[in-house]
Every structure is written in structure tokens, then in C-alpha cells.
Design a binder for this molecule. Structure first.
Ligand code: PMP
Length: 417
């Protein structure tokens, strides 16, 4: 089946708004745009089904509860889980990783070891730093070179103190995919909790948690065309059953007395309080939508665009490309190689209505090693076109040498993180 990017793009109404008719949106690794069906589902929920779930027995409450549980089943299929109970709704990948860090951290002892990589997003780094401070556990790191992890270092890092391995499936900063099946082989037969941060990968590749054999996997819907404020935590049934709760309150209990409580089974043990119900309705819509897409065609098209973007930026004399092209999910980080600052260039591109991100992309340890002071980052999805990339390249070529200092200080404010 041939892929038609214009037809694909026409499903995303933001691009049809008059103020966006000239927009080149290349900030997809920060968040994606939403197809009409997601926007409709959110408004449909508030118009027709709005009630709280799992509590009341009236018609609307039943409808809302049915929708949430139906979405859970679809999410299980989307991630290749065996059972819908293996899916926990959370606010996003960050919240899911905080949940895991807290709950797995409950049984860590001083000297236990947690293996991360030097290329992680802050969401898969800072929560573990806090756990290490709280418990006396030790953080160890698989090193990367330009975002490429040397997975075989696991052989020397793992020892009988290793309790957790948590690494990303793809870097949001440089775009490189991790060889997860090598991780699987190296961890086979060991009693180690393996967590996959699939926030950057989920939009770009079919995920099969069962085939992978990981214990936990996290992702955020907003990075695969779904709503903000909703994400998924997959936990294999046996791994989840051992996990103590994180946040506490209503709905995560079976019985509450004044001084102690009994907790519900997963998934409800981890979903306390009122969930982002309208976002779950939007998530259901995006999961249905993904089910109708030709994922291989999308992936092939994104790969062509990534090659074109990488090649076009690399050909510019005043640009140094930082992202490797091999195993890249559509994220190209780059810096001006002349005296132009990244704030200056980001500001200029914004003036040309080209959206890219400038900064450390929430991966400071990685970015500070590969470049001083952060980078620009262009990231593509299947609604982008070669013309978008041509516009980016033309804008970089036409950037004037000087930009006003007032405009610059505005732009510098946004690149701090
Ligand atoms: N991990 C990775 C690899 C990511 O790309 C992101 C989002 N950029 C996160 C974690 C955090 O996701 P969120 O902000 O949606 O919680």
C-alpha cells in the first residue's frame, strides 16, 4: 500500500486552521498533534457519558466505566499485553516511572543496584536518583556513544546485587533506538526487574511486551497522537502482583478501617482517585485509529523522511548534526557550527513559523556530553513532508547574521532545560 502524507495530514485539524496554514511542525518528540477522531471522542465523552467510574451504579456511570475498561483492553492489545489487568492508566511516562521507582524502591536495601543508561530522559533518571538517596541503593550506567548504548556492558554491570534495569527503547534527544532484544537475551533467566521506557518508541514501532518479555513498560499517549494527561504502564501479571501501591486513597482499596486498609488487586491498586476520564476516551479513539493504519507504511515513510532530514541538515556547511542516522526514529539534533547560538536559530525558525525544540531535551547528562549548551532538534511524524524539511533548510540558509538582543533573551529563556 502506498502512503499518502497529505491524506494522512488531513486527519489532523490543527493544520487546517487558518493561523497554521504555513506552520512546519517539527517538534513531535515534545508532543504530536491529534487526529479529529481524538478531539471528537473527548467532546463526546463530556456530551454523552460524563460520570465518575467504578463507583456509582447509574446509567452514565456504567457507560463511563465500560468505556474505561474497553480502553484498557485496547491498550493491552496495542502494547502486546496478555491481559487487560496488566494495563494501568497513569498521567504519562513520567508518572509511570515515578510509580515504579517508588513501589520497587520499597523493597530495595542499601547496596542494591539499579542499572540505567547515560542517555536517559530525566523521567527515567531523577526518580531513581531519589530512590537511591532514600534507600542507599547504587545507580550504575550503561554508557552511550552519541546516544548509542553499548548493551553488552550489561554483562559486566550485572551482579548479584542488581535489582532493576530501566532503559529507554529510543532516545527522545538523539533518536537512537535501543537493541531491546539483546537486552532480553542478556537478562534472560535472571531475577531482575526490567523496565522499558517506550515513550519515544511507541509512535514509531509496534510494541509487543509479551514477545519482549520485559516486566514493565511505560509510554505517553500524547506522543502517539493521543491526548495529554494520559499514559500507560504495562506490568506483567506476576510482576504487578508483587508491587506495593504508590499513591493511596479511594478506589485502590477493598476495605478501609481507621488505622489500616486492604488494597485492591492490579490494576485498581495503582489507580487511586478519579482518572483522566475524558483523556481515556481520547486514548480509546487513538487506539482504534492506530488499528486502522498501515503501520509498516507509516514506518517506511518516516524512515525516508528521517534520511532526507539527516542528509539535508548534514549538507549545510554551518550545521553539525549530532544524531546518528542508523536506528533513528525520526529525531535529528543539530547545532550551528559557526558562531550562531541555538537560541538565535530557534528564534529565527519560529519567525518563519517552523517549530523545533532548542535545549537539552530533558536529557542533560547525554546532551552535555555531546555538545555544549544544548542543541536544536527537528523530529518528524508521518504528517510531515519533504517540503517541511525543505522549508527548514531554506530558513537555516537564509538566517541573517544578527538578531536583536531582546528577541534573543526571550528565546534563551526557553532553552534552559
Ligand atoms: N521518556 C522518554 C524517552 C520521553 O521521550 C519522554 C517524553 N519526552 C518521557 C520519558 C516523559 O514523558 P511525559 O513527559 O509524557 O511524561
Amino acid at each position: 500500500m502506498s502512503f499518502d502524507p497529505q491524506q494522512f495530514k488531513s486527519q489532523f485539524p490543527l493544520f487546517a486552521q487558518s493561523e497554521n496554514s504555513d506552520l512546519v511542525y517539527l517538534d513531535n518528540a515534545a508532543t504530536t498533534q491529534r487526529p479529529q477522531t481524538v478531539i471528537d471522542a473527548i467532546s463526546h465523552f463530556y456530551l454523552h457519558d460524563n460520570a465518575n467510574t467504578h463507583r456509582s451504579s447509574h446509567r452514565l456511570a456504567r457507560q463511563a466505566t465500560t468505556m474505561v475498561e474497553r480502553c484498557r483492553e485496547k491498550a493491552a492489545a496495542f502494547l502486546g499485553a496478555k491481559l487487560s489487568q496488566e494495563i494501568i492508566f497513569c498521567r504519562g511516562a513520567t508518572e509511570a516511572l515515578n510509580l515504579l521507582a517508588f513501589s520497587l524502591g520499597e523493597s530495595l536495601q542499601a547496596g542494591d543496584e539499579i542499572i540505567l543508561s547515560t542517555a536517559e530522559h530525566h523521567a527515567n533518571l531523577v526518580p531513581w536518583q531519589r530512590v537511591a538517596q532514600r534507600t542507599g541503593a547504587v545507580l550504575r550506567f550503561i554508557e552511550d556513544s552519541q546516544g548509542v548504548l553499548d548493551i553488552h556492558q550489561l554483562n559486566t554491570l550485572i551482579n548479584d546485587k542488581t535489582r532493576i534495569v530501566s532503559i529507554s527503547a529510543a532516545s527522545n534527544a538523539l533518536g537512537v533506538k535501543t537493541d531491546l532484544y539483546s537486552v532480553k537475551q542478556l537478562l534472560a533467566g535472571r531475577n531482575i526487574n526490567w523496565i522499558v521506557d517506550a515513550a519515544q518508541l511507541a509512535a514509531h514501532q509496534v510494541i509487543d511486551a509479551q514477545a519482549l518479555g520485559c516486566d514493565f513498560l511505560v509510554c505517553s499517549a500524547h506522543k502517539f497522537f493521543g491526548p495529554t494527561g494520559i499514559g500507560l504502564l504495562y506490568g506483567r501479571e506476576d510482576a504487578l502482583s508483587l508491587l506495593p501501591p504508590w499513591q493511596s486513597g479511594g478506589e485502590m482499596i477493598t476495605h478501609v478501617a481507621l488505622t489500616q486498609s486492604e488494597y485492591a488487586q492490579a490494576p485498581h491498586r495503582f489507580e487511586t482517585g478519579t482518572s483522566s476520564l475524558a483523556a481515556i476516551a481520547g486514548l480509546e479513539a487513538v487506539l482504534d485509529w492506530w488499528g486502522q493504519q498501515d503501520r509498516q507504511a507509516i514506518q517506511d515513510y518516516e524512515q525516508q523522511l528521517t534520511h532526507y532530514l539527516h542528509k539535508s541538515l548534514s549538507a549545510l556547511p554551518n550545521i553539525k548534526v549530532l544524531s546518528p542516522l542508523a536506528q533513528n526514529v525520526g529525531v535529528v539534533a543539530f547545532v550551528p557550527s559557526d558562531k550562531t547560538s541555538i537560541a538565535d536559530m530557534a528564534h529565527w525558525l519560529d519567525e518563519q513559523d517552523i517549530a523545533v525544540r532548542a535545549g537539552h531535551h530533558c536529557a542533560m547528562p547525554l546532551m552535555e556530553r555531546v555538545t555544549e549548551g544544548g542543541s536544536l532538534r527537528a523530529s518528524v511524524m508521518a504528517y510531515n513532508t519533504r517540503e517541511d524539511i525543505d522549508r527548514l533548510i531554506a530558513a537555516i540558509k537564509s538566517q541573517p547574521a544578527q538578531i536583536s538582543s531582546a528577541a534573543l533573551s526571550d528565546a534563551e529563556d526557553i532553552i534552559l532545560t
